[in-house]
Design a protein around this ligand. Structure first.
Ligand code: HSE
Length: 434
């Protein structure tokens, strides 16, 4: 039986999952592939810590060139994360004629064009299923299964850590900090959990998905990104009372001219397909005129779910090597020459319904002042909810749900409202996706 040799760079949480899956599924993989996958080398700066998975001393190295310059290695798996030196290593692997599998969403969202260009020029293959949605086959779906679909909308819950925190806060069992600690202990969170909490990780992922769906480059640094750190228990409770759930949502819409790409907490009606995606589960909803909608759900983080997506890519690339058809599918779904530059919708022009939470002094005329300012900015109110005065006699929470309005108008109105003497705290804004 032929052997395909693999090198792994980065022996962390996902890398350990890959090693375990390659070992425990060895026979199944060989039968599916008709060849053997051999993990020849693993490179990491720490080769002493026992990861609890079967590796021999000879497999381990601290010198990445033992992989990048080994002519016997066909496929390089990059699981080190971050921009550099990951970019340099991936480019070197490609220059040396090796196929690449990566789970590195930060790298691919920023340097994807450069990397994919080399992949296409050298007729190699790149797999990055594990970079978005862990075990959910969304990259493969966009590249292959949805190739006939003129996609207009992608909505994603694509950060397991943020979803875990919001879910634990919603079911009342944890506050923000202990839910984050749990997610870190379970190996879901990024090395820097700010990326999870502040929406940066989701921005990398929605940039990758937008690029695949619309054949355009989306710069994650240019899109609207808001995280979950401003969301309080009172927002979650009020949302529930109004029949909504709060999720960190990544959105990408194409209107035929521009793409509206953003990441922010969103209130979803409780019967929305994404509203019941809880814990570390991720989901991606893809809509178009032919299939209407398709919702893919699965574990979005964790060693084994994400590791299985990595190994799935390795098998797919190995099949291409064995059949002499590597590079059959363009890395970004559209060949480079047929991609285009679509403008990003200006933030001011985003349209949404809004949930606004104020802490106001409980005195006559406050509500009419607020509604007057909203009205003068063409913002129409759908409903109002006022909570009781707290025991300490401080301001009262006042919640307003608006009809669809323009982001620019909402921002201007909120800036005026924030200056009012009757406003006790900075207002909270949550977009409502209906
Ligand atoms: N930190 C990420 C998450 C891991 O929580 O979803 C998967 O990319």
């Amino acid at each position: 039986m032929k052997t395909i040799q693999v090198g792994l760079i980065g022996f962390g949480v996902i890398g350990s999952g890959v090693v375990r899956i390659l070992e425990e599924s060895r026979e199944l993989i060989s039968r599916r592939l008709g060849a053997e996958l051999r993990l020849k080398k693993i490179a990491d700066l720490d080769i002493d810590t026992d990861r609890g998975v079967p590796v021999s001393r000879e497999q381990l190295t601290t010198d990445v060139n033992d992989i990048l310059e080994d002519p016997e290695i066909d496929i390089v798996i990059e699981l080190m994360g971050g921009y550099e030196p990951a970019r340099t290593f991936v480019l070197k692997a490609l220059e040396n004629g090796k196929h690449v599998v990566s789970a590195n969403k930060a790298l691919l969202s920023k340097h994807g064009d450069e990397i994919f260009t080399v992949v296409e020029e050298k007729n190699l293959a790149v797999g990055y299923e594990a970079s978005v949605g862990g075990a959910i086959p969304i990259i493969r779906s966009l590249r292959e299964a949805f190739a006939a679909n003129p996609i207009t909308l992608i909505e994603g819950i694509v950060n397991g850590t943020a979803n875990y925190i919001l879910s634990r806060m919603s079911d009342g069992s944890c506050d923000f900090d202990s839910a984050l600690r749990e997610a870190q202990e379970k190996g879901f969170a990024e090395a820097d959990p700010t990326f999870d909490i502040e929406g940066i990780d989701s921005a990398h992922k929605i940039a990758i998905l937008s690029s695949l769906a619309f054949g355009t480059r989306v710069d994650a640094d240019k899109i609207l990104v808001e995280g979950i750190s401003t969301i309080g228990r009172e927002d979650i409770q009020s949302a529930a009372e109004l029949g909504f759930r709060i999720k960190l949502l990544a959105v990408s819409k194409f209107n035929g001219e521009s793409v509206d790409v953003r990441v922010h907490p969103a209130m979803l009606p409780k019967d929305h397909p994404m509203a019941s995606i809880n814990g570390v589960l991720n989901a991606v909803r893809v809509c178009d005129q032919w299939m209407e909608e398709n919702v893919l759900v699965g574990h979005g983080a964790g060693s084994l779910p994400t590791g299985s997506a990595v190994v799935g890519d390795v098998i797919e690339i190995a099949r291409g090597i064995l059949s002499g058809s590597s590079g059959r599918i363009p890395p970004q779904s559209f060949p480079k020459a047929l991609r285009r530059d679509l403008p990003l919708l200006d933030r001011d022009d985003i349209r949404s319904a809004y949930f606004l939470r104020f802490k106001v002094k409980d005195q006559p005329g406050v509500l009419s002042t607020l509604s007057g300012i909203l009205g003068s900015h063409a913002i129409s109110i759908e409903s109002v909810l006022q909570k009781e005065r707290s025991a300490q006699g401080q301001g009262v929470p006042l919640m307003i749900m608006t009809h669809t309005a323009k982001e620019k108008d909402i921002r201007q109105a909120l800036s005026k409202i924030s200056e009012l003497e009757c406003i006790d705290e900075k207002p909270v804004l949550i977009r409502v996706e209906k």
